[in-house]
Design a protein. Structure first.
Ligand code: HEC
Length: 154
């Protein structure tokens, strides 16, 4: 008896093991039933482009990977630091870089779309690959929704 009780499996009564198994099966069934709805709903699960989450999760990683080494913290090429709301709104040597609510009029968007001036200011980032269409769409959606940079992101 003592030996048997030491083994975990042997210690669990049979009815409990059965109910765990039944639980697993019904969970799997529920997951199976719900999956199509979850997939269909996933675009709506993205944070709202005007929310702090959207900046933190979607926009900031794009800027951090492609821009902040020249436009973040102490770095202000072209007179522009845009890792803070104040810096973004201040703009650079050529003035405002975002027209809040209007990505198509925003210099920042024109430059990442390579639709701005060819040389001054030049397309951004200046070297390397153009941002992907998906990243440009993310930045545009964010400017359209208010170009908010939450304080916590600074
Ligand atoms: C390797 C450094 C570097 C990187 C990386 C870089 N920039 Fe720039 N950026 C510059 C320089 C230098 C200027 C000034 C260019 C000029 O005036 O012709 C500038 C200018 C700008 C301007 C215009 C400021 C003004 O008022 O003239 C914008 C907007 C801008 N960058 C956005 C971005 C964005 C968005 C990214 C990332 C996608 C980025 N930059 C990445 C170096 C960089």
């Amino acid at each position: 008896m003592a030996l048997k009780a030491e083994g975990m499996t042997a210690a669990v009564p049979v009815w409990k093991r059965v109910s765990v198994a039944v639980g697993a099966v019904s969970l799997a069934t529920v997951a199976g039933l719900w999956q199509p709805r979850v997939v269909a709903a996933s675009p709506a699960q993205d944070p709202d482009p005007g929310s702090a989450e959207f900046y933190q999760q979607k926009v900031k990683p794009i800027f951090a990977a492609n821009c902040f080494r020249c436009h973040g913290g102490e770095n202000h090429r072209g007179g522009l630091t845009f890792d803070t709301q104040a810096g973004l709104l201040k703009g650079g040597h050529d003035g405002a870089v975002v027209v809040v609510g209007h990505p198509e009029q925003s210099l920042l968007v024109k430059l990442i779309r390579h639709e701005g001036p060819a040389d001054d200011p030049m397309p951004m980032p200046p070297k390397g690959d153009k941002l992907s269409d998906a990243d440009i769409a993310t930045v545009s959606a964010w400017i359209k929704a208010g170009a908010k940079i939450p304080d916590a992101a600074q």
